[in-house]
Ligand binder design. Structure first.
Ligand SMILES: [Zn+2]
Length: 401
């Protein structure tokens, strides 16, 4: 995130600020006249005209014809050109790294996947570089920047992964490294926090408070309070995956025992199934199919994992009194049967007055949440938009479910 400097703004800074303000206003409005931009921003008409001319030259904004007249000559309407810039969104949150080229309205133009294959450390970082190089080469539009959602504890202002247990990353300055490699601004956020941003902005009903729990290979939550992402004092708000739920439980990759991830993640479910019926269920897809077909062993194992997760959710609901909980990630693929177990355990795990009005649902953004959330963060940072200023794109994107 740009660092604020004290002192008088230079001419150039004022110009950049005005440009962001005008662009953000046009973006949020959809279609708007110059006069209306001036009214909403408080800038003079001359300044707005000047800035708009620059934006037209950069092809960031288009004139799309005349609007309804309010007496005099009908004003020309302006609109942001959605594909004037592309941005790159990365999802480094699970077993597969995903990258996408996204346009200014959050539509995914193209996406690429690369298997992580249990690689970690520098090997995993090299895969990220390869993915970014591939995406940079795949677009002919100017790039606005790179937004990354990644597992682990992230120092967002410094763009640094403080610790990602599953990737064996400690103090990896992935933001500065990619900025140096590409010359682009890079924004880094925890993957669950990215999903929370995406569900808040793009996921339908916009509620001021929201908890999104991402359950895949790892587990983490993102917390939106009063319409803003809540980072916590050390950027770790919602990092519940390594909170202990069974003190004498299985050894976790973090070195401790009985973390929530050791009982409720995809890995925990598959390990348990492998122990109970060796060689029968080989992957999450097969487990989901067997669960839906009513396989007794799978139902039992998944039900248990769901109830442990529900207890974790109950703690969040007790701590925050948030009434909307959204579950995302590959494990949410088990669907309604799994969801009911999570919700039931959540209701039984905290004061009824807190849980009675709390809804637990499965997210609507499917696999795109992390990429869209990281993109939203990048757009708010680079285009000077507020989260509330980003339009709800759920309808435009024709999201299923
Ligand atoms: Zn752990």
């Amino acid at each position: 995130m740009p660092v604020q400097r004290a002192g008088k703004a230079t001419h150039q800074e004022t110009r950049a600020h005005n440009e962001q303000l005008v662009l953000g206003t046009i973006y949020a409005a959809g279609q708007i006249s110059r006069a209306e931009v001036a009214r909403q921003t408080g800038l003079t008409r001359t300044t707005v005209s000047d800035v708009v001319n620059g934006l037209l030259r950069e092809r960031l904004v288009l004139e799309i014809g005349r609007g309804p007249s309010t007496g005099g000559k009908a004003p020309i309407l302006l609109e942001v050109a959605n594909d004037a810039r592309h941005l790159i969104g990365l999802d480094l949150g699970d077993k597969v790294f995903r990258g996408a080229i996204v346009d200014l309205r959050g539509s995914i133009v193209r996406s690429v996947e690369v298997a992580v294959d249990d690689r970690d450390g520098d090997d995993a970082l090299d895969r990220v570089f390869g993915l970014v190089d591939q995406l940079v080469a795949a677009t002919d539009r100017p790039l606005l920047g790179i937004g990354i959602g990644t597992a682990g504890l992230i120092d967002t202002p410094r763009g640094t992964v403080l610790e990602a247990v599953n990737l064996d990353w400690r103090d990896v300055p992935i933001g500065p490294l990619l900025a140096e490699r590409t010359g682009l601004p890079v924004y880094v956020v925890n993957d669950s926090q990215a999903t929370a941003l995406a569900e808040h902005v793009f996921g339908g009903a916009r509620t001021p408070n929201l908890v999104v729990v991402k359950v895949g290979y790892g587990i983490g939550a993102g917390v939106i309070l009063d319409g803003r992402l809540f980072h916590g004092d050390g950027f770790g708000a919602g990092e519940i995956g390594h909170s202990t739920i069974r003190p004498d439980g299985e050894l976790c990759r973090c070195g401790r025992r009985g973390c929530l991830e050791t009982v409720a993640s995809s890995r925990a479910i598959l390990d348990r199934l492998a122990a109970l019926s060796p060689g029968r269920i080989t992957g999450l897809g097969a487990a989901i199919a067997a669960f839906r077909a009513g396989d007794v062993v799978v139902r039992t194992v998944v039900g248990e994992a769901a109830r442990e997760l529900g207890l974790g959710v109950a703690w969040l609901v007790g701590a925050l009194n948030v009434r909307r909980v959204v579950l995302v990630g590959s494990v949410a693929g088990f669907g309604p049967g799994w969801l009911e177990e999570v919700a039931g355990a959540m209701r039984g795990g905290a004061l009824p007055l807190l849980t009675n009005e709390t809804t637990v649902e499965i997210g609507r953004l499917h696999d795109d949440g992390v990429i869209l959330g990281a993109s939203a963060l990048l757009m708010t940072g680079e285009l000077g938009l507020s989260l509330a200023g980003l339009p709800d794109l759920a309808a435009a994107m024709e999201l299923a479910g």
